[in-house]
Design a protein around this ligand. Structure first.
Ligand code: ZN
Length: 436
C-alpha cells in the first residue's frame, strides 16, 4: 500500500510514496496498481508515459476504481492519456480563473481580503474610513517619522487598549506592516506592486507614506556596518533551539528561481551547523522582540541590574587579593631558593587561571559607567540610539539567554514570538518572562 493522501496531484510537492511505488514497479515487486482514478496517479503527461512504459516492459496492470484501464491495449492507453489531459486542463483552468479574478479586482481598485485597520466595510464591502483607527494610523506615522521605535509605539498602543482589526494586541511586526501598507495613501497593490488608485479614502498623503517606507526599509537602520564592529544583535548570543549552538546572521540576498522570478531573503538568524541547520528566523522580528524585552526589564530593574552587585564585588576582590598574595609568596620563596623554578612554574600555572577568573567576576559585579543611561526612565531612547556593540554588552550583562526554537508546520512566513525563548543565566532577573 503506497499512500500519498495529503498531497494533491495538482501541486508540485514531492510524493514520496509515488516514487517508492514506481521503484517497486521497476524492480518487478509490484505487478498491478489500483488507484482511485487515473488522474490521481499521474500529475503530468510525462509521468503517465512513464507508467505506460513500465506497463509495456514489466506487464504492469493498472486498475482504477472508476473502471479498469488496461495499459496493455491501445484503447486503454488512449483513455489514460485523455483522462490525464483533462485533469491537467482543469487544474490549469482553475488557476487561470483565480489569477484573472485577482488581477481584475486589483485593476478595479477594490479592496480584497479581511477588514483592514483604519477602515470599515460598507454593505457592498467597499471601504469607509474609521475615524478613530485612521487617527491611530496618522499618529503611528508621525511617531515613526520622528524616529520612535516600532516596538515602543506598539507597547503604547497596547497600554491604551487599542487593538488590531482582528481584535488582538499589537506586535511589532504587525504594526510595522500596518504603517508600511500602500493602502494608507490610497494605492491599491497587487503582488507587492502598485496596481492603481484604490477605491477608498487615503489616511496619509503619498509623500508622507513614501518617507515612512524609505525610513523603515533603510538597511542602515537595521545593521550597523562599521568595519570590525559586530553587525548583528544576537550573534554569539542566540542559540539554535535544536542543537544548542550559536546561530549566525545572514545577509539579505536575492535569489533567482528557475522560473525567472526572483525571491528576496531578508536578514535572518540561522543555525549553520552541518547535521542540524534546522532553525532559521527573520532577523528584524527576532531583534525587535528581544529589544522589547530588554527595554522592559531595564525600565523596571535597570538600576539594580546594571548598577553592579556590591556583595559579589567584595567577595571577588577578597579572592583576587588572596591569590595575588599566594603568587607573591611563591615568587619570594623562589628568590630565596626555598622552591625550585619548576615548583614556581607549577604554582603559577595553577593560580593564574583562578586569578583571571576572579578578576573577570570582579569586573562583572562592578557598575559599568558607560551603561548608566540605560537605567533611568529613558531606557527606550537610549536603546534606540545605542549601536549594536553597546546593545550586545547590555544583553550579556543582563545574562539574557535567547534560544530560537524550530517551528513545526506552516509556511514559516508568519513570525511566532513564542518560538523565541528568552531566559536568564542567573537569578538576577526575578520576574522571568518569555516575551513582552
Ligand atoms: Zn542547530
Amino acid at each position: 500500500m503506497f499512500e500519498d493522501n495529503d498531497v494533491s496531484a495538482s501541486k508540485s510537492k514531492p510524493r514520496p510514496a509515488y516514487v517508492r511505488m514506481m521503484e517497486a514497479v521497476q524492480r518487478g515487486a509490484v505487478t498491478g496498481v489500483v488507484v482511485w482514478d487515473v488522474d490521481r496517479l499521474t500529475r503530468t503527461p510525462r509521468e503517465l508515459e512513464d507508467v505506460i512504459d513500465f506497463a509495456d516492459r514489466v506487464g504492469l496492470r493498472l486498475a482504477s476504481v472508476g473502471g479498469d484501464i488496461d495499459l496493455g491495449t491501445e484503447q486503454g492507453r488512449m483513455m489514460a492519456r485523455m483522462k490525464g489531459t483533462v485533469a491537467r486542463y482543469e487544474i490549469e483552468q482553475s488557476r487561470r480563473r483565480l489569477r484573472a479574478k485577482h488581477v481584475e479586482l486589483a485593476a478595479s481598485g477594490r479592496h480584497n481580503g479581511p477588514r483592514p485597520f483604519g477602515w470599515d466595510f460598507r454593505e457592498d464591502r467597499s471601504l469607509a474610513i474609521n475615524p478613530a483607527e485612521a487617527a491611530v494610523i496618522r499618529e503611528c506615522v508621525d511617531r515613526v517619522l520622528a524616529g520612535e521605535g516600532i516596538w515602543k509605539i506598539c507597547r503604547d498602543l497596547n497600554d491604551r487598549g487599542i487593538l488590531t482589526s482582528t481584535g488582538r494586541p499589537w506586535v511589532p511586526q504587525v504594526l510595522r506592516r500596518m504603517v508600511l501598507r500602500w493602502r494608507n495613501c490610497g494605492v491599491r497593490t497587487h503582488n507587492g506592486k502598485e496596481a492603481g488608485e484604490g477605491q477608498w479614502e487615503a489616511v496619509v498623503d503619498r509623500e508622507t507614506h513614501e518617507r515612512v517606507v524609505a525610513l523603515l526599509t533603510d538597511p542602515a537602520r537595521r545593521s550597523n556596518n562599521r568595519g570590525t564592529a559586530p553587525k548583528y544583535l544576537l550573534t554569539s548570543v542566540a542559540r539554535c533551539g535544536e542543537c544548542g549552538k550559536y546561530v549566525v546572521g545572514t545577509n539579505e540576498h536575492t535569489y533567482k528561481l528557475k522560473s525567472g522570478r526572483t525571491r528576496t531573503f531578508l536578514h535572518a538568524y540561522k543555525c549553520p551547523h552541518a547535521g542540524c541547520m534546522k532553525v532559521q528566523r527573520n532577523m528584524a522580528e527576532v531583534d525587535e522582540l528581544v529589544s522589547g524585552v530588554v527595554v522592559g526589564v531595564l525600565e523596571r530593574n535597570g538600576v539594580r541590574l546594571l548598577g553592579g552587585d556590591p556583595v559579589a564585588a567584595a567577595q571577588a576582590r577578597d579572592r583576587v587579593n588572596a591569590l595575588e598574595a599566594k603568587l607573591a609568596l611563591a615568587a619570594d620563596q623562589y628568590a630565596e631558593d626555598v622552591i625550585t623554578g619548576d615548583q614556581m612554574k607549577r604554582i603559577s600555572e595553577r593560580l593564574r587561571p583562578q586569578l583571571e577568573a576572579e578578576r573577570g567576576r570582579l569586573m562583572q559585579s562592578q557598575p559599568d559607567p558607560a551603561l548608566a543611561s540605560f537605567t533611568g526612565a529613558d531606557v527606550a531612547e537610549a536603546w534606540e540610539r545605542a549601536d549594536v556593540e553597546v546593545r550586545k554588552r547590555i544583553i550579556r550583562t543582563l545574562g539574557m539567554e535567547v534560544s530560537i526554537e524550530r517551528v513545526g508546520s506552516g509556511n514559516g512566513r508568519t513570525f511566532d514570538p513564542e518560538s523565541v525563548c528568552i531566559s536568564w543565566a542567573d537569578t538576577r532577573e526575578p520576574d522571568t518572562q518569555r516575551s513582552q
